[in-house]
Design a protein around this ligand. Sequence first.
Ligand code: GDG
Length: 495
Amino acid sequence: MSRLIVVSNRVNPPNPAADGEGSVGGLAMALAAALREYSGIWFGWSGKTIPEFTGQLNMQRIEGVTVATVDLEETDYQEYYNGYANKTLWPLFHYRVDLTAYDRSFGEGYDRVNKRFAETLLPLIEPDDIVWVHDYHLIPLARELRRMGVTNRIGFFLHIPWPAHQLVVTLPRHRQLVEALFDYDLLGFQTEESLHAFEGYVFSEVHGSKNERGELQAFGRKLDASAFPIGVDAQDFAQVVKGETARKTYDRMMAHSVFRKMVVGVDRLDYSKGLEERLIGFERFLHDHPDLRREVMLLQVAPISRDEVEAYQDLRGRLDGLIGRINGAYAEMDFTPIRYVNRSYRRDELAGIYRAAKAALVTPLRDGMNLVAKEYVAAQDPEDPGVLILSRFAGAARQMKDALIINPNSPEEISDALERALSMGVDERKRRWEALFENVTREDVTAWRDNFVSALRARPDPDNDDREEPPTPVQSLDVAAKTLRAQPEAKAMRA
Ligand code: GDG
């Protein structure tokens, strides 16, 4: 069986025994799970910067996964990572045009780093390998690999939303970015909504089309595009929560919230996660329900993220102020309504925290999927489950219809949902949880990985086209175009 090469910006298999940065982030969790099963390599940036780029590969085995990393220059880091990825694409794709920086040097750094990644990765790729590229940092990677003559099947999965057409076109190089996506064989989105937004762009902006096989065609190329909603390792999480550390954490949380119901929020400290809106909703709840005030507390775990980017520093300042204000207004000498923690916890500790919470507030303003919602469900006690309150703007809301679905922009909806969750009888809680757990278990991280990898393997191999049906005239043209693409000289000319 062919090897799988996974490429992502950072390569950081989560270490279950550590509580450091490497443990945080949905992508890392999912990719580590994917690679443990398949033979292959995980390639990406080491997270280190050096004075001058050398292209030196560092290979090691971490947590059962073979990883290959490369260091980047400081300018690369500023322009590609802090710049184009986190100041341009991230805010724009999360509908924050107000925070989007349209700086030309960022785009140049982005292209340069993608080329450097491609050059470093090239010697590792063997003829039968399939390559799976992850996320918005690496959109042009396939283009660079194709220019170097790589004909392997390459797939791309976007972990964040693909935004509406009107937003994409605010990007000065939008056409170039989308054209680069057509160097992949398969594109994966989190939701049908993102898929349709992408198709909308292709049809109306570059007059692309869909052929009778369902492939998207544009820029003289074609690919498959589909929704592959990412999941969590639900069975594993349900086991982890029964372990000693999780149980101790659970006991600790229960002891600290005696006579009070704990509501939990767990998010990277990011403006897309709706943390301010959540706190304002909680404040509204405290205001509207004086009788319930002393019965509830909110634990917000929010590990600091991307703190070199100004928008994140600003958010941190605003959150500190907001929490100070709410606690100042509602705390008593023996009671503080919000407990706010900027550190990260081990996964098993997190599982215990989830289990001790009677409700979870997951209120992103935009989110590709949101794995916290799924982990919360996976960690519940089947006999006494908590209630998930979930933003309609999380990709997860498409699958998790038995959560209490709210609009995070409405403090009243958050407040009402909290009241409903905390007073919900065990029968309704169980009914809702069973439906959610069934979904989270069925559409788990293994299903996501297997569905994507099989769809990529099912793409015709450019070097050995084994499609069964005789080609129609339209397909013959496509096959001719593909044969041309498979020739390195032709690609060099195209470049
Ligand atoms: C991107 C997309 C998409 C958080 N705090 C701690 C901790 N975490 C872990 C959670 C969860 C992960 O981080 C966060 O995942 P999310 O899905 O919520 O969000 P992003 O990091 O923004 O991920 C997102 C995801 O990619 C996957 O495709 O769902 O939409 O934005 O796993 O548990 N983990 C530990 N300690 C913490 O304190 N151990």
